[in-house]
Design a protein around this ligand. Sequence first.
Ligand code: PRP
Ligand code: URA
Length: 223
Amino acid sequence: MNERQAYNLHPLARTLAQVHVSQHPLVLHKLTFLRSKFTEPKKFRELVREIAQLLFYEATQDLALAPLTVQTPLNDCAGFEIAEQIGLMPILRAGLGMSEAILEIVPTAHVWHLGLYRDHQTLQPVTYYNKLPAQPDIDLSIIVDPMLATGGSAIAAVDILKRWGASRIKFLGLIAAPEGVQALNNTHPDIPIHLAVIDSHLNELGYIVPGLGDAGDRQFGTG
Ligand code: PRP
Ligand code: URA
């Protein structure tokens, strides 16, 4: 195992079939600068966007295609178009930067915001906003949130989408704690989890170590 794999091939990614941790050099490079406490919100947002696009690319290799013929200036040419309706579900607030970035490369995606925050005392997720339509109109739902800490918010988001009737769901995050990966996988073993990295542990306040601090505050300059 080389140094890069040792850094990023966490045992959970080797043992849990649904857990996918990126090994891409661009992801590892950008993640390093995202973590730095000297990275200002403008640069932080830019890095969130870029890593989100790279992870989305890796997480959607199984998207269904339909044949499509176009005319080049020279001739007809057989090609493809995406045949699935994608839904992006950013967990507010911190997921917003990820969904906006992904929307740039799949502008036809629908975006359904899920308002969840973590109570600072109990660390339990509190739902405050959900306007999903009555009937699911999406083939693939992708929950986006930079941080998977205890896993409470991600589990609550998957619960909401399953109750809604979503058929295929994936979770896309930047940094996870092993505790959160394990909790999400235990509760929803059918959900693929795509990450840039799995870190060491959660501290006593429920923050990921070494992590990057509070992803919402760092994107929006609050806190
Ligand atoms: C953060 C983060 C996740 C959640 C992860 O949001 O963006 O949604 O914590 O923690 P968990 O895995 O323990 O549930 P936060 O509650 O800080 O809300 P914010 O994005 O509005 O700041
Ligand atoms: N939410 C964050 O933004 N950061 C953490 O480390 C944990 C939860």
